[in-house]
Ligand binder design. Structure first.
Ligand code: TYM
Length: 332
């Protein structure tokens, strides 16, 4: 069976709709066909300042959300990144294969560093994409389900795998990005020119899955639409309506042409009202499931520990191979 690996940061109180439609929906689907490794990336989270108590809480809430969305810990290894120390160990080796200029060209780093100022941005933020490469390569993953914003990091990962293989002999699988065209970039509801994001979106532009369903419904109903009145998918001319159609289709299963046909002759208000209802029907039972996972933290931690154990058995194997190829002595 082919392997998939992906991760999500525990840096907000809730996942947002972009996370779900761009990536997590694929995580769930790929379990049917792949051997899956899914993790909450707390090592990545501390590249920017975190309050320890809040981080621990958000890590658990993240895991509960993944379970509630359908990640099945019987089939997939679900774990927390810091509980598998091999990621950080492989990362060091890969850092030594990464050019300073190459890392400096990562656009997410440039954006975040610009926002924080170079004196405040950490070295961890700079090496963040290399740790991400280690996350992927240590499982010899064949595919990595992510949104469009991770494409450049995947390209770096592929380059590092190829470079390692060239220098030390084939040892690492070169992974393919699994980026689903239709949903790889969900846009801000108030500004459909930019992606929905926890750091940049205005409160009304982002739908948080754990937010009060009524509030989310209101955000959908007040989403920015476009001039004109026809409900057609046209991302150039009608970015707002097209984004709503993308979200609608991904949540409800109907294709975009089917939705266009269903809304022929109707207005933007009808579309938004119906989508708001679809969203409420999705998040309400989701939130109940999250709550039940969080009601038993001992069990949740046990599930994660089991996931980490499974992950470690694979990760340790790759690390041993890499250390040997690099020329380190065998463990004493
Ligand atoms: P993170 O935590 O920022 O986001 C998690 C996933 O959500 C996707 N995403 C979106 N997709 C569509 N539209 C949006 N508006 C949107 N916003 C976010 C992201 O592309 C991502 O797939 N570096 C990663 C975490 C990571 C990782 C890994 C991923 C660490 N190690 C190894 C894959 C493999 C990140 O910060 O994702």
């Amino acid at each position: 069976r082919l392997r998939v690996l992906s991760g999500i940061q525990p840096t907000a109180d809730s996942f947002h709709l972009g996370n779900y439609l761009g990536a997590l929906q694929q995580w769930v689907l790929l379990q049917d066909t792949h051997e899956a490794y899914y993790m909450v990336v707390d090592l990545h989270a501390i590249t920017v300042e975190q309050d320890p108590k809040v981080l621990r809480q958000r890590t658990r809430v993240s895991a509960a959300q993944l379970l509630a969305l359908g990640v099945d810990p019987e089939r997939s290894a679900l774990f927390v990144q810091s509980q598998v120390p091999e990621h950080a160990q492989l990362s060091w080796v890969l850092e030594c294969l990464t050019g300073f200029g190459e890392a400096s060209r990562m656009t997410q780093f440039k954006d975040k560093a610009a926002r924080q100022g170079t004196d405040h941005a950490s070295v961890g933020l700079f090496t963040y994409p290399v740790l991400m490469a280690a996350d992927i390569l240590i499982y010899q993953a064949d595919a990595v389900p992510v949104g469009e914003d991770q494409r450049q990091h995947l390209e770096l990962t592929r380059n590092l795998a190829q470079r390692f293989n060239q220098r030390f002999g084939k040892a690492l699988t070169v992974p393919e990005p699994h980026i689903v065209k239709g949903t790889a970039k969900i846009y801000d509801l108030q500004d459909p020119a930019v992606k929905m994001s926890k750091s940049a979106s205005s409160p009304n532009g982002i739908i948080e899955l754990l937010d009060e369903p009524k509030r989310s419904a209101k955000k959908i109903r007040s989403a920015v639409t476009d001039t004109g009145r026809e409900i057609v998918f046209d991302p150039e001319q009608k970015a707002g309506v097209s984004n709503l159609l993308t979200i609608y289709s991904a949540l409800d299963g109907r294709t975009i042409p089917e939705l266009e046909a269903a809304y022929a002759g109707k207005g933007y208000g009808d579309l938004k009202k119906d989508l708001a209802e679809v969203l409420v029907e999705f998040v309400t039972p989701f939130q109940e499931r999250v709550k039940s996972y969080l009601d038993d933290l001992a069990e949740l931690d046990k599930v994660l520990a089991r996931g980490a154990e499974r992950a470690r058995s694979v990760a340790a194997e790759t690390l041993a191979l890499v250390y040997d190829r690099v020329g380190f002595l065998p463990p004493g």
